[in-house]
Design a protein around this ligand. Structure first.
Ligand code: GAP
Length: 493
């Protein structure tokens, strides 16, 4: 079996309408994609698995907050000032580029990995100098202008008067912070407690890239864990059970000392080394690894990277992010931020409303550890790492983990025949009653139908033939090796 490249995945997504460029009829705008029927099913499975694991599985809560916020919210959260990327424009043709990425791509094309890495930590002045020295406008070849900053939030106006400025949320987190006290009080909660949400966020990326990797509208699954920094005794025992868990870790030292690679380190050791701030954070990293395994991402494709000081988001004291290998490089898929009391305290200051709660006999503004999953990047990583070419099949096979496969079974009457169709529909009805998703298809040759099932990630195909009428048996074909078994359809579950 041979893993396929990104081009094959992009091609598959286009041919099977798994991912569709949004508003295509009016011309494509980068960074906006729709999920077609198969893509949407896979994405929803990822979301439902996250919900089962991190919300219900951990006794946490989930909310759904608004998408539009008044300016004051993002003034307080620091996004208005800090949620910016470096931009450089072409004064002649008007093209815009994200300055750091432009240089990274340039040094990448020269295979100069050391400089490519260095650029990530450049100041504005250094970006300016490097661009002046090396790069002209990619479109018209003119000298580029001055490097500035560009705020990534989409602005809008609330109401008809244009007087109240609003923004589309760039993260789901702020809604959780603003609702926290209300929920804590009315639900009689105790710390630590996680409140999460799944939803769309919006970032006006300067240079969207690589399909679902850098989009302008995308989805997050975020959990904010509120806790008392002086009392994590209630999670210490459970956290202890994870302390021997080994993860692939890329330390700050290894990053400074290029060439040094990631190491396999236990979570307990990271706690001892004070890389991660507390037991709660430690436990969450271990749970993330478990969750990614359930999605079907293999351990060797996952690394936990300790972000350098100058890479930390403005609200974070420490980030050990999860990155997944996609075609040679690692992409950040989960941001794990120790947000301290930054957000709650700033909202308290800015709104004049207390954000403190009673915990035991203390009035405190809780601290927060955040786990922020990019759903689309996770989807893309799972798809990329599941696409194979196998011997004996001319088409590619998407070997998705059953937990996220769009359907568990494809159901095929061998040919168009009322007797076979009736039997197939009886089987479909039985499986539907068991809440097992099935794709029913009776058009085309059986070979073509197997090929389609393989390509869209259905692990098993059931074929109904004339023996089924006689003895209630069907063939079940396994997509991973094409082996077929004959079994009584009443035993399928
Ligand atoms: N609330 C914290 C937060 O939003 P982030 O690291 O900016 O943190 C979290 O984003 C995750 O969202 C990332 O790890 C990544 O998976 C995903 N993400 C960020 N920007 C993205 C983009 N432009 N397109 C697709 N996914 C993105």
């Amino acid at each position: 079996m041979e893993r396929q490249n990104l081009e094959s995945l992009i091609n598959l997504c286009a041919r099977r309408s798994i991912i569709i460029p949004a508003f295509e009829a009016y011309g494509e705008i980068s960074g906006f994609y729709d999920y077609g029927p198969i893509g949407a099913r896979i994405k929803h499975n990822i979301e439902n698995l996250w919900r089962a694991f991190f919300v219900d599985g951990m006794g946490n809560l989930e909310i759904e907050s608004t998408i539009v916020y008044p300016e004051k919210v993002f003034e307080a959260s620091g996004h208005l000032k800090n949620f910016v990327d470096p931009i450089v424009n072409c004064p002649k043709c008007g093209s815009s580029y994200r300055a750091d990425k432009l240089l990274e791509e340039y040094f990448g094309s020269l295979k100069d990995d050391a400089k490519k890495e260095k650029v990530k930590h450049f100041t504005t002045a250094e970006l300016q100098a490097a661009i002046k020295e090396n790069i002209k406008c990619l479109k018209c070849k003119s000298e580029l202008g001055t490097v500035g900053t560009f705020n990534l939030m989409f602005q809008t106006h609330i109401g008809p008067s244009n007087k109240q400025v609003g923004y589309l949320r760039p993260e789901t987190a702020q809604g959780i912070f603003l609702d926290f006290k209300n929920i804590f009080r009315n639900y009689g909660l105790r710390l630590p407690i996680g409140i999460g949400q799944i939803g769309k966020v919006f970032r006006n990326e300067i240079s969207p890239r690589n399909m679902l990797i850098r989009m302008r509208e995308f989805s997050q699954m975020e959990m904010e864990y509120f806790f008392d920094p002086d009392d994590l005794s209630s999670v210490a025992k459970e956290a202890q059970s994870y302390s021997a868990y080994k993860i692939n870790f890329l330390s700050r030292d290894a990053q400074a000392n290029r060439g040094a690679d990631m190491e396999s380190v236990s979570i307990g050791e990271l706690l001892d080394r004070k890389v991660i701030p507390n037991h709660l954070y430690a436990m969450l990293l271990a749970k993330e690894l478990d969750f990614l395994r359930q999605i079907g991402i293999k351990d060797e494709l996952i690394r936990f990277r300790d972000l350098l000081e100058d890479e930390l988001p403005h609200y974070s004291k420490r980030n050990v992010d999860v990155e997944i290998r996609i075609q040679g490089g690692f992409e950040e898929v989960i941001g794990n931020a120790y947000r301290t009391d930054f957000d709650l305290s700033n909202h308290q200051k800015s709104s004049g409303k207390s954000m403190s709660i009673l915990s035991g006999n203390k009035n405190i503004v809780p601290h927060v550890v955040e786990t922020s999953f990019g759903t689309d990047r996770l989807f893309w990583a799972a798809m990329y790492n599941s696409l194979y070419k196998t011997e004996g099949r001319e088409w590619n096979v998407l070997l998705l983990n059953e937990n996220i496969a769009p359907y568990k079974y494809a159901l095929f009457p061998l040919q168009k025949d009322e007797q076979l169709s009736n039997k197939a529909i009886a089987i479909k009805d039985r499986l539907s009653k068991l809440k097992i998703p099935v794709l029913y298809s009776e058009g085309g040759s059986i070979g073509k139908r197997y090929a389609k099932a393989d390509e869209i990630g259905i692990p098993y195909s059931i074929t109904i033939d004339y023996d089924t009428i006689k003895d209630e048996t069907v063939t079940i074909r396994n997509a991973s090796d094409t082996k077929q078994n004959r079994i009584d359809w009443n035993h399928i579950g």
